[in-house]
Design a protein around this ligand. Sequence first.
Ligand SMILES: [Zn+2]
Length: 356
Amino acid sequence: MPDIQIVNCHVHTFTGLHTPKDYPSRWLRLFRKVPGLIRFAAWLARFFARYETADMLDRLYRFQQETDRPEQAELLASVARYYPSNTRFVVLPMDLAGIGYGDVPASLREQHDELNRLHIARPETVVPFATVNPLNPGSVDESLRALTELKFRGLKIYPRLGYPPDHPALMERVYPEVQALDLPVMSHCSRGGVRGKNVSHYTGDRLTEPEAYLPVMKAFPGLRICLAHFGGEMDWRAYAQGEPPRSGSNWQVKIRKMIGCGEWPGLWTDISYTLFHFDDYIPYLRLFLLADDEEGARLRDRVLFGSDFYMTRRQELSERDICFRLRNALGEEVFRKIAEENPVRWLEGDRPQDAT
Ligand SMILES: [Zn+2]
């Protein structure tokens, strides 16, 4: 193994304690109480030759086993085992209070504090990010505490929960601090994922789409914003099938254009989750990243490796599988760029001649 140090820019370790009781539905609460039930349902489905349902239930079981681990440390350990021991992980918390699915047992402060303990225990491995949901009272203050007092290494936002990326509290209080500290921002940018209960698909898409970041990038040109998931699985599928996206533009195309044109040097993207549909999308990613023109060069400088563990536990390929396949398909040089060089530039802000 060469001396590469992989940075996985996108993993989660939040647990059942940080998730609303009724999310994603009341049914899961039942499954949580009686985990055997889900296995029994899978067995039943298999018995009646409903193999797809059975597979889905198996994956749900694995996913639920992950989220029900009581400690963030255990979740970190279960992703770290797929990677070389010197790998670093950007850990992204979530503020899921007040999204309409009931109470969250542990506060955001407790979640940040636990993540901080994890960072102290494994400083070489854990890159902690703070999160904020400006709709929740106290969340902005808590995110600023994590950034300034706990010295977390970046900020995670999740507009799909019900707020725009240019929400006044973010624009006036949070981004100025993030920019002053020269820290990166990660944002969820796909049509899937968690949505506030009162947020329609349409509204969720408007809050999430790449265009929604234009006011932020104009006001904070120094901010390094990563739109996670490279537009998301749905838009990659629509692109591959030549179909229009659910609404608005195709986000995969949009992100490529925005990065490729060179007008938005603060814009980054990661390939987490989306590329777990490996066979379907790797030929496209390969072409985009290996393109021998200016757009290709700019994109190569702005794509980050990430996995979205443990969301990926619902997928069939393991983290190790994806890492090796990516490396194989993209070649050592480009893999090293997205998994080692770019993450360091995104995290630490050392930006050499952008997009020349
Ligand atoms: Zn994620």
